[in-house]
Design a protein around this ligand. Structure first.
Ligand code: AMP
Length: 302
C-alpha cells in the first residue's frame, strides 16, 4: 500500500491511472478506523480498480469547544486495517498542506446544513463541504463512499456533487452496528462502561418510532412521542433532537405518507451520539411490492 502525504502527488497518481482507464474509488475518513469503516472500505474495494482511503482529522469541521485535540489518532492501526482490506493508497495530508497560508474559500450548502446537526454545530457542515470538495479535487475519484450513519452529511454531499457538477458517483453505505444496535463510531471509545450500557437507547428509540410507522400511523407527533418515551426510560440521556424528516431535503414532515428519515442525536455526559433510520409508510411499501410484481422481469444482462 502506498502512503502519500502530498496533494500534488496524490492527484498525479490518480490522473495517471484514470488515463489508463482504471476506475478510482475513494473513502474519506478521519481515521480511528473501526468495523463500520472496514465495511465501507470493503464495499468500495468491490466497486473500483484502485482504492484510495484518506485519513485527515479536519480541523475546520470541529467547533471551538469540541474534541479536535483529543480525537483518537491510532495511525499504525488505521494503516494496518487499510492494508488488510486491499487499499492501494492511503492519503494522509497535513493540515498545512490542506489549508496553506492565504486559504479562504468556503463551500456552503445552506438549506441542508441549517437544521439538526447544523443547529448544534454551526460551522460543521461548511467544514465538511469544503474539505470534501478539496479532497475530491486532490483524489479525482470516479466513485466515493459515505456512511448512512452520518445521514445529513451524506445528503449534503449528494447535493454538493450535483450542484457543482463534480462528476463523482456517490454511494451511501448502510450503518454498521454493534450487537446491541449502537451505531459504530470512532467516538464510542469515549463512553464509560456505564454510558456504553445504555448507549443503544438512541437506536431503540428510532426503532420505536419506526414501529409506529410500520403499524400505519402517519402522525409525526405520535412517532416523535414513541421515540421520546424510549429515551425517557433512561435518566442520563439528554436529547438534542429527535426528528421526522423528508429523506432528501431533511425538512421536518407533518405526516409520513411515503418515505421519511428518523434522525436522532443525544448526549451522554460529554459524548454526543447520532443515528438515523429510513422508514417507509406501509401503503408505499405495499405499492412498491405490487409495482415490482407487475413490472416486466429485468433482462439478465443489458
Ligand atoms: P469519519 O471517520 O467518522 O469521518 O467517517 C468516515 C466515513 O465512515 C463517513 O462516511 C462515515 O459516515 C462512515 N462511517 C462511520 N461510522 C460508520 C458506521 N458505523 N457504519 C457505516 N459507515 C460509517
Amino acid at each position: 500500500m502506498k502512503i502519500v502525504h502530498s496533494p500534488h502527488m496524490m492527484t498525479a497518481w490518480s490522473l495517471r491511472l484514470r488515463r489508463e482507464g482504471v476506475t478510482v474509488g475513494f473513502v474519506p475518513t478521519m481515521g480511528a478506523l473501526h468495523d463500520g469503516h472496514r465495511a465501507l472500505i470493503r464495499a468500495a474495494r468491490l466497486r473500483c480498480d484502485a482504492l484510495v482511503v484518506s485519513i485527515f482529522v479536519n480541523p475546520t469541521q470541529f467547533g471551538p469547544a469540541e474534541d479536535l485535540t483529543q480525537y483518537p489518532r491510532p495511525l499504525a492501526n488505521d494503516r494496518r486495517l487499510c492494508r488488510e482490506e486491499g487499499v492501494d493508497l492511503c492519503f494522509e495530508p497535513s493540515v498545512a498542506a490542506m489549508y496553506p497560508e492565504g486559504f479562504q474559500t468556503t463551500i456552503a450548502v445552506p438549506a441542508i446544513a441549517r437544521r439538526w446537526e447544523g443547529e448544534v454545530r454551526p460551522h460543521h457542515f461548511a467544514g465538511v463541504a469544503t474539505v470534501v470538495t478539496k479532497l475530491f479535487g486532490m483524489v479525482r475519484p470516479d466513485i466515493a463512499l459515505f456512511g448512512q450513519k452520518d445521514y445529513q452529511q451524506a445528503a449534503l454531499i449528494r447535493r454538493l456533487v450535483q450542484d457543482l457538477n463534480m462528476g463523482v458517483e456517490i454511494i451511501v453505505y448502510p450503518t454498521v452496528r454493534e450487537k446491541d444496535g449502537l451505531a459504530m463510531s470512532s467516538r464510542n471509545v469515549y463512553l464509560s462502561p456505564e454510558q456504553r450500557a445504555i448507549a443503544a437507547t438512541l437506536y431503540k428509540s428510532l426503532r420505536a418510532g419506526a414501529e409506529v410507522v410500520r403499524k400505519g400511523t402517519t402522525d409525526v407527533q405520535a412517532i416523535q412521542s414513541a421515540m421520546a418515551t424510549t429515551i425517557e426510560q433512561t435518566s442520563i440521556l439528554t436529547v438534542d433532537y429527535l426528528a421526522v424528516c423528508d429523506p432528501l431535503s431533511l425538512d421536518p414532515l407533518s405526516s409520513v405518507v411515503s418515505r421519511a428519515v428518523l434522525l436522532g442525536a443525544v448526549r451522554l455526559g460529554s459524548v454526543r451520539l447520532i443515528d438515523n433510520l429510513v422508514v417507509v409508510a406501509p401503503r408505499t411499501r405495499m405499492e412498491q411490492r405490487v409495482g415490482r410484481r407487475h413490472s416486466p422481469a429485468r433482462p439478465a444482462s443489458s
